[in-house]
Design a protein around this ligand. Structure first.
Ligand code: SF4
Length: 373
């Protein structure tokens, strides 16, 4: 097994190496304590500090702990965990690539490294990303420092279609196409920005296909590791109830429904139920929801109060949750899907992810801004 694969286990070549080695995941889960330990650490550190911990000296442990960590994430199957895990692995890869490029990693040999060109090829982007000058791309081994000061000059031009798909999940107005110069169908970006976009591509690759279908026997063998991760997850209260109202971060379906309510348009019962249950689930009280809807006098206060109390379980025996994406789709309430929608199966997961990705200053709770107004 190659050290390079252990360092960059998300590469296709690493996956193939594991496949060719005819690795029996069940045997590893049962018998290879060090691999299980390292896999558990990868997942737990992703939760606790957004890293994957220090790599092990053993290439075998390091490489095999990656597929096992994905299995562990699949067993727990909480979207917050999947997201944090994929992000931590991608961030570690980005750090490692930068460190190797800067010569900061003494033990890294030329063969261990992954260059920008290789990554672009790996993600089928080589045709779409063009180095502006020879110094920027070609022989440059790193993908771009996170320190913007080292990459402030435009070093690449990206075909607009590729740019849109890469930048879709990036947070911040600077990634929006309207804020970018566009020349001949290409978007200029800096070296550091290419690094960030490639990190996002790595993150997508890592979360791709999760959760995996895990055979029961493997699940049984990893039961202790699974409960350890579950415990960490609950200690960190990452599955906490969301109690923040930031309409700009709502999923597209809920933003569309909210617009309709505020315009005083007639909504079918299922649509009204969906938006009201969503608002209740993110911690809004009945009074707040009434106020939130009441931009237009035609919104129907009495009906809103009745329905909200009912959904909340105050006038009914059940506390209702908002519908899943599948249900929203079957009612025709799923509209304006964006890239985040591809990664989730529930509007609450969409919102939780959007909140998680937002910078603190971007999270202005509607209730506080209303109070200030
Ligand atoms: S995929 Fe889900 S979150 Fe996205 S718009 Fe459709 S229902 Fe809403």
């Amino acid at each position: 097994m190659e050290r390079r694969h252990a360092r960059y286990p998300f590469l296709d070549a690493a996956r193939e190496a594991v496949e060719h080695a005819d690795v029996d995941l069940l045997a590893i889960a049962r018998d290879e304590e060090r691999v299980v330990e390292r896999a558990t650490e990868r997942v737990e550190r992703a939760l606790s500090d957004g890293t994957i911990g220090d790599p092990r000296r053993s290439t075998r442990v390091e490489l095999l702990s990656y597929p096992l960590a994905r299995v562990l994430v699949s067993l727990v199957d909480e979207h917050v965990l999947t997201r944090k895990y994929a992000r931590a692995e991608a961030s570690a890869a980005h750090d490692r690539i930068d460190a190797a490029a800067d010569g900061a990693e003494l033990k890294s040999t030329r063969d261990d490294r992954v260059t920008t060109t290789e990554l672009l090829t790996e993600f089928d982007l080589a045709r779409h990303v063009h180095a502006v000058d020879a110094d920027a791309g070609g022989g440059e081994p790193g993908v771009g420092s996170r320190d913007a000061s080292t990459g402030s000059q435009d070093a690449y031009r990206v075909d607009v279609g590729a740019y849109l798909s890469l930048a879709a999940d990036m947070w911040g107005d600077e990634w929006r196409l309207v804020n970018r110069p566009l020349a001949e169908g290409q978007v200029p970006i800096t070296h550091a920005e290419l690094g960030d976009l490639l990190e996002k591509a790595i993150e997508r690759r890592i979360s791709d296909g999760l959760p995996l279908a895990v055979p029961e026997s493997v699940g049984d063998a990893l039961a202790d590791a699974e409960s350890q991760v579950r415990e960490t997850l609950s200690e960190l209260e990452l599955t906490r109830e969301i109690d923040t109202v930031v309409p700009d971060l709502f999923p597209p379906c809920m933003r569309a429904l909210l617009d309709s309510v505020r315009k005083g348009e007639h909504l079918e019962h299922h649509s009204r139920f969906a938006i009201t249950a969503f608002l209740t689930s993110i911690g809004m009280t009945t009074d707040e929801i009434v106020e939130f809807y009441s931009v237009n006098p035609g919104f129907g206060e009495e009906m809103t109060r009745y329905q909200t109390d009912h959904i909340r379980g105050e006038t009914s025996p059940t506390e209702y949750s908002p519908p899943s994406c599948a249900t929203m789709q079957s009612y025709g309430d799923c509209v304006n899907m964006d890239d985040r929608c591809e990664t989730i199966s529930h509007p609450m997961a969409y919102y939780e992810g959007a909140l998680d990705d937002a910078d603190d200053e971007e999270i202005a709770d509607w209730r506080e801004t209303e109070a200030d107004a």
